[in-house]
Design a protein around this ligand. Structure first.
Ligand SMILES: Nc1nc2c(c(=O)[nH]1)N[C@H]1C(S)=C(S)[C@@H](COP(=O)(O)O)O[C@H]1N2
Ligand SMILES: [Mo]
Length: 320
């Protein structure tokens, strides 16, 4: 049985999985270096320093959220609705084996083992400013690769106008899925140009370590100019579709959560303003952050120069 996870520790399952990745790569006659997959030791070695950050799109030198904060104050309803639940229930998410089903409007659909998804990608370190609203934001050094690099391998065709993503569905094991909090499985979507934007990341780790279960192991989206819920965790399906796909939050509260969900201080949530945020960083604890000084939320979470052109001519009050 899976053991309980202690803070700042990789889950036994994910260490096991990582070994499997390396072993499989070795079996193919490729060293770990040849695959671009880093050994756990390399991940740890990379953690303390984040070199050449400026080279990564979306980087910032702002004070970082700590690893402890980023892995203990989470939203992951499959593992419970309190911010502390996902970590407590982390051992309920089994990540080996992991398969991603790719389908819809593309030439290379099929079932891909996690190993195949990761194979060509290097672990890169980027710091993104993430997640305004719902009262808090964070600055996290994500480990990942551009989602575009992955999607292009599946050769989407001209009908692929949107991409839909789904999270693992396992109500026997995932405590939150026993209740109709949301329509399961958790589903999200992006327009194809948003999905292909270099700031859109498929994350596999944070702080140089593999993603803990509570952060969406083994792979999750990071869409830094959108509200947090667009960054779907623990992805098992990717579908290229012609029409705007349904998303979990939009289905459960259509007036509150639109398809685009771009960070926009000028458009209020029906129940609260979204003009200001609090920052969860090394100067605050999870609790005291809620009482720390508010800061102005920036349009597109500070990425307007990079992404505003995606929405030219659109009424962002209507397409919220
Ligand atoms: N599958 C799934 N993905 C999810 C969620 C969820 O409940 N289930 N919550 C979303 C919300 S509301 C937020 S704010 C972010 C939180 O990511 P973090 O816990 O890594 O900070 O994950 C998003 N992705
Ligand atoms: Mo969220």
């Amino acid at each position: 049985m899976a053991k309980k996870i202690r803070s700042s520790e990789i889950t036994p399952e994910s260490v096991f999985r990582q070994r499997r990745v390396i072993l499989q790569a070795a079996g193919l006659g490729l060293g770990a270096a040849g695959t671009g997959i880093m050994m756990p030791e390399q991940l740890h070695a990379a953690a303390p320093e984040f070199k050449d950050l400026a080279q990564w799109p979306g980087s910032t030198d702002e004070t970082r959220t700590t690893f402890e904060q980023a892995t203990t104050y989470n939203n992951f309803y499959e593992l419970g609705t309190d911010k502390g639940d996902p970590k407590k229930n982390a051992d309920k998410l089994a990540t080996t084996p992991w398969t991603v089903e790719v389908g819809g409007e593309c030439e290379k659909g099929g079932n891909y083992a996690l190993e195949d998804i990761l194979k060509p990608h290097t672990f890169e370190e980027r710091i993104y400013r993430l997640r305004c609203v719902e009262a808090w934001s964070m600055v996290i050094p994500w480990v990942g690769f551009p989602l575009a690099d992955l999607l292009k391998r599946f050769e989407p065709n001209s009908k692929a106008k949107y991409v839909q993503f789904e999270t693992i569905y396992d109500p026997d094991k995932l405590p939150g899925q026993k209740y109709p909090i949301l329509q399961w499985p958790y589903a999200e979507g992006l327009r194809i140009d948003e999905a292909m934007h270099p700031l859109t990341l498929m994350a596999v780790g944070l702080y140089g370590k593999e993603l803990p279960a509570q952060n969406g192991a083994p792979l999750r989206l990071v869409v830094p100019w959108k509200y947090g819920f667009k960054s779907i965790k623990s992805i098992v399906a990717i579908n290229f579709v012609e029409e705007e796909p349904a998303t979990s939050w939009n289905k459960s509260a259509p007036r509150e959560y639109g398809f685009y969900s771009n960070v926009n201080p000028q458009v209020s949530h029906p129940r609260w303003s979204q003009a200001k945020e609090r920052r969860l960083d090394s100067d605050s604890s999870g609790f005291s952050a809620l009482f720390s000084e508010k800061r102005e939320t920036e349009m597109f979470n500070g990425y307007a120069d990079e992404v505003a052109s995606l929405y030219e001519g659109m009424d962002l009050k209507k397409s919220f």
